[in-house]
Design a protein around this ligand. Structure first.
Ligand code: SAM
Ligand code: GLN
Length: 314
């Protein structure tokens, strides 16, 4: 029997057949567009128009590999190796959280409220570096710092910063234990190579105008209700907090802020939709003022901002 030519059309059919039952029809369509768009660098409408365009062996192999990944619910961003955040290309690999649209909304709030560039800021739990990089690009005169506990995150964040020529000092710090790389000592394969330059002590030599964080905030018990492409692929430590202490990061970062925020400095957080009231109370108990909860595009409590005022005794 004569083999069907390897065209966009035949590969579309292949993708559809392989993914039907695992993904909704619309999702399969949009994944197909994303894959072809990335591989062939053509816009959506061209995919329809170029149905008979031939796919070479290399492209075909990539599509097959992508489909294998998708069948095990690997997020498309990990398959492609990048995503977009605030109009900027960000590399991502399993091991770093894929930036979310709600975090873009948090960034917009910060950008809107802070038009002046001559500030010092820190992004705690930077992941792929998305918040720090986008903020540094919008505030080019700022001094930018970012931290994470994950080696993979720090490596990818550095690469992304390089890609965007964003001058950011990254450092390895555990905001909960307050020790450098405490948890890392348990890891066998930690490579403290020259590339991962430790700039940890500098972080405590200054005060910040802005502290921003999208920390882990999902109670572990919610894991069973979440999508397989999140729970099976994204780093657990980036997302989840113990049920018995869901505000652990807000408390620790709040404390850090008492010491390291300048007077009139601001603290911005992304939050869990159900934790707005309790985080607001926590920040007020710390003595922060102007505590405002911001909603996301779906009308859910998703971010919070507060100020450190002059007289505030930790
Ligand atoms: N900022 C990125 C974003 O918005 O896409 C990533 C946010 S992700 C929800 C939380 C990040 O906090 C992860 O990169 C994780 O590695 C980091 N993290 C987890 N525990 C930490 C700790 N104890 N100290 C510092 N960072 C931590
Ligand atoms: N918004 C992310 C999600 O729903 C969670 C991010 C976080 O834990 N900070 O998957």
């Amino acid at each position: 029997m004569k083999k069907a030519p390897r065209t966009i059309g035949t590969f579309r059919e292949f993708i559809k057949n392989e993914l039907t039952g695992l993904y909704a029809v619309k999702e399969i369509e949009s994944l197909t567009y994303i894959l072809f768009g990335d591989l062939l660098n053509i816009p959506k409408h061209e995919i329809h128009l170029q149905h008979d365009r031939l796919i070479n062996v290399d492209q075909g192999t990539k599509i097959i590999e992508a489909v294998i990944g998708l069948k095990s619910f690997k997020p498309i961003q990990y398959i492609l190796g990048y995503t977009e955040f605030y109009g900027l290309k960000m590399q991502v690999t399993p091991g770093v959280l894929i930036p979310r649209p709600e975090t873009e909304e948090l960034l917009k709030w910060i950008v809107d409220e802070n038009p002046s560039g001559n500030i010092t800021f820190i992004d705690i739990g930077t992941g792929c570096g998305c918040i720090a990089i986008a903020l540094k690009i919008h505030l080019p005169d700022s001094r930018a710092y970012a931290s994470d506990i994950s080696d993979t995150a720090l490596m990818i964040a550095r690469e992304n910063a390089k890609l965007h020529r964003a001058d950011i000092t990254f450092f390895d710090h555990d905001i909960v234990s307050k020790e450098e790389g405490k948890r890392k000592k348990e890891k066998v394969a930690y490579d403290k190579s020259a590339e991962i330059k430790q700039e940890f002590p500098d972080i405590f030599k200054q005060k910040y105008d802005i502290i921003v964080s999208n920390p882990p905030y999902i109670p572990e018990s919610e894991k069973e209700y979440m999508d397989k492409n999140i729970t099976g692929w994204e780093p657990f430590e980036a997302l989840f907090v113990p049920d018995q202490d869901p505000l652990i990061f807000y408390r620790n970062i709040g404390e850090f802020g008492l010491q390291y925020l300048k007077f009139n400095g601001k603290l911005y957080f992304e939050i869990h939709e159900k934790q707005g009231a309790s985080i607001k109370r926590l920040l007020q108990e710390f003595g922060y003022s102007n505590v405002i909860i911001g909603k996301d595009i779906n009308g859910k409590d998703r971010m919070i901002r507060c100020h450190k005022k002059k007289i505030q005794i930790p």
